[in-house]
Design a protein around this ligand. Structure first.
Ligand code: FE
Ligand code: FE
Ligand code: ZN
Length: 304
């Protein structure tokens, strides 16, 4: 198993700090945003302290990490040309940056059609990805763009495997695409993640071989299957439940696949601000394979 979570990247240490944080939680792998996820301000890669981070990764036996593109970039936008252009330009830089950092996987939210309709949105995503791949040659150390399965909130695209397959169909260099499966999003989109994950994978294989899955986001969901909401819950504290999520990590098909938690931070007792990372405890729970009802209390007690 390659288990990990998303970690920060900031301060003086930057990427080295990300690796330290991941090691502190007991990660085998991890995911970073190259800056704030809600904006596109980025430091040049020379200032990210990549070499020191990679050295520490090697020492810790962490062989792989994932980069997540900021979620405000929207390749599907046909309504505002500036938004689309910003997304394309940013993605070119981000793909180079992720490759230079040594990542093989850049996770991307396909985009939202913002009222123009699915067909127009998908055509625009295809156009954008073709521009990005044409401008950034695949190069030696390959970094793939992994399209994330989405919950279908608002006008989000990529909420079905069929929609993701339509993107693949239009992209010339679609051998540079991969899929990131988010368990919360798939459940919210209507897939039976809790009750029948075999059926989810069978449905996936109608469009893609399983080897296209480059990354899994392992999250529980606050909302019911099909709710189309996208609110992550801590493992075992949502509608998918611990057993179903733990079973995903035990699948032989995913033995080498980075499995990343993006579950919410936990508030201190008597506080509303969620500032306690749950990952050390959630990862331990996954490795043990048994749910701990008192997870939140244990995280809070440790912070006292
Ligand atoms: Fe995401
Ligand atoms: Fe996700
Ligand atoms: Zn989400």
């Amino acid at each position: 198993m390659k288990l990990g979570c998303h970690v920060g990247m900031s301060g003086k240490d930057m990427f080295l700090g990300s690796v330290k944080e991941a090691i502190g939680y007991g990660c085998d792998t991890f995911m970073v945003y190259t800056g704030a996820p809600q904006n596109t301000r980025r430091k040049p890669v020379e200032e990210l302290n990549v070499e020191a981070g990679q050295r520490l990764m090697r020492e810790a036996g962490i062989t792989e990490f994932v980069v997540h593109a900021p979620y405000i970039i929207n390749l599907a936008n046909t309504v505002n040309p500036d938004t689309f252009e910003l997304a394309v330009d940013f993605l070119k830089l981000e793909l180079r940056r992720a490759a230079a950092m040594g990542s093989r996987t850049l996770v991307l939210h396909p985009g939202a059609h913002v009222g123009a309709g699915e067909d127009a949105g998908i055509a625009q995503i295809v156009r954008g990805l073709n521009e990005v791949f044409a401008a950034v040659p695949a190069g030696e150390e390959k970094c793939f763009v992994a399209l994330e399965t989405m919950a279908g909130k608002g006008s989000e695209l990529g909420r079905s495997f069929e929609e993701l397959a339509r993107i693949y169909d239009g992209v010339w260099e679609n051998n540079r695409l991969r899929i990131c499966m988010d368990t919360c999003h798939m459940s919210d989109a209507g897939y039976p993640v809790r009750d029948d994950f075999d059926a989810v994978l069978t449905g996936f294989q109608r469009y893609f071989p399983l080897k296209e899955i480059a990354c899994i986001h392992l999250n529980d969901s606050v909302n019911a299957q099909g709710a189309g909401k996208d609110r992550h819950a801590n493992l075992g504290f949502g509608t998918i439940g611990f057993d179903a999520l733990c079973a995903v990590t035990r699948r032989p098909e995913f033995a080498e696949t980075p499995i990343i938690l993006e579950t919410p931070y936990v508030p201190r007792p008597g506080s509303k601000t969620r500032d306690l990372p749950p990952y050390k405890h959630e990862l331990a729970m996954l490795r043990e394979g048994s749910f701990r009802e008192d997870l939140l209390a244990r995280i809070q007690a440790e912070a006292e």
